[in-house]
Design a protein around this ligand. Sequence first.
Ligand code: NAD
Ligand code: UFG
Length: 352
Amino acid sequence: MLRFQHEINNWEVNQVASTVLVTGGTGFIGSHTTVALQKAGYRVVILDNLHNSHAYVVDNIAKITGVRPAFVQGDVRDPQVLASTFRQYTPDAVLHFAGMKAVGESTALPLVYYDNNVHGSVTMLQAMQAANVRTFVFSSSATVYGDPQQLPIPESHRREATNPYGHTKLVVEDVLANLWESEPGWRIARLRYFNPVGAHPSGLIGEAPQGIPNNLMPYVAQVAVGQRDKVRVFGNDYDTPDGTGVRDYIHVMDLAEGHVRALEYCRDCDSSELLTVNLGTGQGNSVLEMIRAFEQASSRPIPYEIVDRRPGDIAACWADTQLAEKTLGCRATRTIQDMCDDAWRWQTSRVE
Ligand code: NAD
Ligand code: UFG
């Protein structure tokens, strides 16, 4: 297997570097953010229970960066695991990706979602209090905006949730606001992601959904590779240019780099801070445009059929990115074609 650099142990890299704890770090967004953090000079310890990811991701991160992140297999709801992780690695910040994210599953299993996403976050915050660590970056979602009243969507847009998954994000956002108000010293970023897609350009890490993908782009990739017959396009009668749903797709590496900026912003600010910011591109693309871009990336036709709308879907959604640009200096640079090219490389090169 290709090695990009001579691999060294995370802990030999730089004894003065800051250490950050990345929960859910073997998952889709957490693994790419780990790469971006390591490239920026951070030492990373990953905590993941492997509920929706694989341990080989740690090896592949090491192949990309030349540095092996520390890995703890454990659950964020387990206070003992958290205490021992804080004791052993003394991180000074936490990026909290661990959680469950399937909207449909959350409707069938609300208690599982509240337990994992809300109880998991609260348990982590308690462990941080006990360890006197007060910098926290949270994975929130554009889902907190519900059906948008305006486009692009600014952070000041009213919040509402239409499913249990969305409620868990709202609740944790509120927990963080209450904590920040009650206790001086917390530096918190609530990052609202739009639609992360793509993969690392090495093809070594990417999105690996288990079972039938819920999201458009992993489904399209599986059709392109012949694993599924055709894409089912959920409705072509929306009030959008081609009638299909429009979303703000952001390359996962742009999203990952946004986390590094947010972490640096939190660490550099003089006093406590509660930052709430959209991470998107500010551009919307339709389902059919995404299918066409993937056809280009894969040089194959991607069959699709138009079916009924998916219950709960909105017509269109894209981010107002001004605050991200102003506060974080963050601007997504990768194109839709980059997203599809990288996702295709991952889809065709992955070995599990
Ligand atoms: P993912 O499922 O690929 O990664 C989540 C990781 O967390 C997995 O590796 C899983 O094993 C781990 N995990 C889950 N529960 C855990 C627990 N209790 N203890 C320890 N580890 C646990 O998902 P992702 O797409 O990388 O999403 C990361 C975060 O971003 C999630 O909080 C998700 O809700 C949020 N988010 C994702 C999207 C998206 O479209 N992917 C959009 C908005 C927000
Ligand atoms: N779509 C299809 N066919 C599919 C899957 C999706 O046509 O097989 C369409 C949807 O109707 C929608 C678009 O493709 O118009 C994108 O759908 P996704 O399921 O990929 O993404 P969503 O915008 O519905 O939701 C995603 C995450 C949520 C998150 C939200 C905002 O799944 O968790 O982005 O960040 F909250």
